[in-house]
Every structure is written in C-alpha cells, then in structure tokens.
Ligand binder design. Structure first.
Ligand code: SAH
Length: 468
C-alpha cells in the first residue's frame, strides 16, 4: 500500500483551489460537502461557483503567499500545476494536482457518501474505471437513508444501551435498525413509522430471549480443521464452555467479548464433574444466552455429547450439534495414513481404553483377530493392560502400532512400535499427552517427515533391569 487512506477533519480549515474551470468545479463540489473554508484562486470563475457565498474568490494569479495556512491544496490549472505543487511541497502542505499523480502528494478516492457513513475506494491510480464500478456497486448496496440512519443511531445509542442488554440482543437490535423496518420507514420519510419501528425493535430485543446450547466439535487441535459452521458458532456465542483439549488456536477464533468458562477434565487434578458441567450449561442458557459447548474432536465420539444433550433437553433448552474432525481422523491425515485401504482393511474400530472404573471392557478376542484395525482413545495410561488383554487373546506380538501424541498440533510426535512393545515404548519415550494409538494400521509415511520421540535411556535401562 503506497497511499494510506485517512479521513481529514476540514472543519474551519482553509482549502485552496487553484483554477476556476471544469476540473476545479468538480473538486469544489466535493469540498462543499465539508465545513472547510474554500478559497478559489482564478481570474475567471465557473458559473456554478460564481456567487456561492461559501466560496471565497481570489481573482488574481496564483502567488505562493496564498498557500500560507492552507490545510490542503488542489491545483486544477495545467499551466500552474508544477509551480503550485512545488511551492505547496516546500511548505509541507498536502497537494493534489489534477490528473498529475507524479506531482501530487495525495490522491482523492472515489466515494460513496451517506454522511456520516463515507466509503472511500482507491486503486492508487492504477484502475480508475475499476474504482468507479466498485463505487457503483457499493452505492447500490447501501440504502439511501443510511446516512440519516447512522446520524439517528448516534443519538439513540445511550437510550438503547439502557434498554437492550449487550451481546447478541444488542447486535440483533442494530441489525434490525439498519436493515429492517426503521430503515425503510426513514427512507420513506415517515418519522412516526420510524419511531414506532424503533420501539418495536427495542421491545423485541428486551424480552427475555430463549437461550440455547450448541454442542460444537473443535477438531483435534489445528484451528484450520474447524468447520465453517463451528467457526460461525464461535463468532456468535455469548458464552463458550470449553474442554482442556480445545487448543488455544481454536479459542483465538472466538468472538472477543464472549465469556469463556474452562471446564477441562485434567487427569489427577480437581476438575468439574459432568453434573457440574451440565449445571453450568443450564445456568448460562437459562439467562437467555447462546452457549457454545466446545469439545475436542467430535462431540459425539467419546465426548459425552449425548449426556449433555439429554440433560439440556430434559430442562427444555434447545440444543444443536456441529460435528468435528475426530482425533483418529485428524491424526491419520497428519501422518498421511489411510484409515481404510482396499485390500488391507475394510473397517476400523474406534474404542476407548477408559471405562467408568478402570479399563473399558471390549471383545478382545475379536480385536485380536488378524487384519483388525483399531484406534484407541484415552489409551496412554491403560496401554499396558490393553496390550496384555490383546496378547492373551492371541494377537500377533509383531502387530504394528503407531502412536500419535498432540496430533495436528505443532508439538505433534509420533512413535512406531508393535503391540508386544507398546507399554515399553510409551514409557521409554515419555508419552503422556493426548494420544491416539493405532493398532494394525499399515506403515506410516516416510520417517523423514515425522518427529520421532527420543528414547528415554534412563527409563529403558530401568525397565530392562526390572525385567532381568
Ligand atoms: N471427542 C474427542 C475425543 C475426546 S476423548 C474426539 O472426537 O477426538 C480424549 C482423547 O482423544 C484423548 O485421550 C486422545 O486419545 C484423543 N485426542 C484428542 N485430541 C488428540 C490429539 N490432538 N492427538 C491425539 N489424540 C487426541
């Protein structure tokens, strides 16, 4: 950007226009929209300007001393432009020589004027025709009453703040004000209808709104893996109740003034119970707020989304659900490991290692059968038990295992091992973050692309000593 767009306050300031012809008249027409003191230096004045009491006509040839105290200078006289520009620049006064960008220090944008709303469009002189057509489009887009409306909004602001609660409802009020009935009433010049429409809009938004909860999947961590819908919900939320597994990058994308309530369940630390989380969701939605319950991965996959939904629906609170990319899918993509492959596996099982009290029960014999592929969630702590069950159910000890910790995040780490060495690998590599353990999945992408865990020699030696 070579030219920096700014809006200059010209109230009571002198603007000099050199020249009295067609071009000068065009500039003066624009300047007349401001409260500038307009001085036109020209022997002869265009009939449109002559006699206008706002214009101070200096009927002489340009001399540099006329520049003293000017805020801006327009030069619209071909023979004088170079001279005027040089003198203005010598005094540090911004100057525009009409159609001569090389001797101008500012250029003038195309504008759409709905004072006090002004849209300025510039192409740095590269494509004036483009600027004109954008101008026409914006012009068609903005209601003609917009300026008057914005001026009314200014006077109403305090009254609305006292009557309509901040947040979603305040935004909804202004949305209606600018693009709904008040706008059309003002456009038709009907002041009574305008006032009634404003009162209706206030009334509609000051009634206690129906609160609701969106159960939203945040994906495995990389913010770019959010769905568009999840992103929109995060932008609309009044309150965001989020889990420990939701990455800071995802929270970055939420509306700045949304209230954030962490309810992370952290192993070994005091964390809210499910009943408390349900209570928080009901309390916030009960205030008429839009609550986003943000969960890692997908809300319906090992996310207790169903339980929260049931509790809310039992309390008469509407719930909607936005799916997310589950960890097993996200980690697989990150490693470029297909979850199903023709000729290899035609199904994949997602399972959790964590049961209500200890290890979750599964049909270990079925899982141990050759060719089975499964992704274990919440499996790091129980990995030893899982491996023991599978091995005693007859799984081949050499069955490949891929462990992905913090998948899709910058600190993603990957370990490759076998079911026979699963427990040892987890301990010797110090794996303790959220991890997916894939069993039976075909080889990972080339090892050059993945960040391996270094072996913790001390722990490995301790294990070997204990085993001998
Ligand atoms: N609803 C989530 C799962 C929540 S259970 C989903 O659909 O993904 C929490 C478990 O998810 C963790 O113990 C871990 O097994 C897995 N997990 C979540 N995020 C992960 C990540 N970025 N990398 C690896 N595993 C992850």
């Amino acid at each position: 950007m070579r030219y920096f767009p700014i809006f200059v306050d010209l109230k009571g300031r002198r603007v000099l226009v050199v020249g009295g012809g067609e071009e000068a008249t065009r500039k003066v027409r624009l300047l007349l929209k401001t409260d500038a003191i307009i001085e036109v230096v020209a022997r002869d004045l265009h009939p449109e300007l002559a006699g206008n009491p706002r214009i101070n006509h200096v009927a002489e040839t340009f001399v540099p001393r006329l520049l003293d105290g000017a805020a801006l200078v327009y030069s619209a006289d071909k023979d004088q432009n170079a001279h005027v520009s040089a003198e203005a620049q010598a005094r540090g006064i911004p100057v525009n020589a009409v159609d001569e960008a090389d001797i101008s220090t500012f250029i003038v944008p195309s504008i759409v004027d709905r004072d006090p709303v002004v849209v300025a469009i510039g192409t740095e002189g590269a494509a004036p025709v483009l600027a004109q057509s954008i101008r026409a489009k914006v012009d068609a887009l903005l209601p003609h009453s917009l300026g008057a409306l914005a001026a009314r909004a200014q006077t109403l602001r305090e009254r609305i703040a006292g009557l309509v609660p901040a947040g979603n409802r305040r935004r909804a009020f202004w949305q209606e004000f600018f693009f709904g009935t008040p706008n059309s009433a003002l456009d038709e010049g009907d002041d009574v209808a305008f006032e009634l429409a404003v009162q209706d809009a206030i009334h509609a938004q000051s009634r206690p709104a129906q609160g609701r909860v969106s159960l939203v999947g945040a994906g495995p961590g990389d913010p770019e893996l959010l769905t568009l819908k999840a992103h929109r919900k995060l932008q609309e939320a009044d309150v965001i109740v989020y889990d420990r597994l939701v990455s800071p990058g995802v929270l970055e994308l939420a509306r700045r003034d949304a209230v954030r309530i962490p309810v992370g369940k952290t192993p070994y630390e005091a964390s809210p119970r499910q009943s408390e989380i349900n209570g928080i969701l009901q309390r916030e939605a009960g205030k008429g707020l839009h609550v986003v319950r943000l969960k890692g991965g997908d809300p319906y996959i090992f996310g207790r989304g169903g339980e929260e939904q049931a509790a809310l629906e039992a309390a008469g609170i509407p719930v909607d659900v936005v799916p997310g990319i589950t960890a097993a899918a996200g980690c697989a993509a990150s490693l470029k490991l297909p979850l199903t492959q023709r000729g290899q596996n035609r199904s994949i099982t997602l399972l959790t290692a964590a049961g209500d009290t200890g290890l979750a029960e599964h049909d270990w014999a079925a899982l141990a059968r050759p060719g089975q592929v499964f992704a274990i969630y919440m499996g790091v702590q129980a990995a030893g038990d899982v491996a023991a069950r599978l091995l005693s159910a007859g799984i081949a000890p050499a069955t490949p295992v891929t462990i992905v910790e913090n998948g899709t995040l910058p600190n993603e780490r990957v370990a490759q091992t076998t079911i026979g060495h699963l427990w040892e690998t987890i301990h010797t590599r110090g794996i303790h973050g959220p991890s997916i353990i894939y069993v039976g999945l075909a080889k990972a992408k080339s090892s050059a692309d993945i960040v391996p865990f270094p072996v913790r020699e001390d722990i490995r030696d301790a294990i070997l000593r204990a085993a001998s």
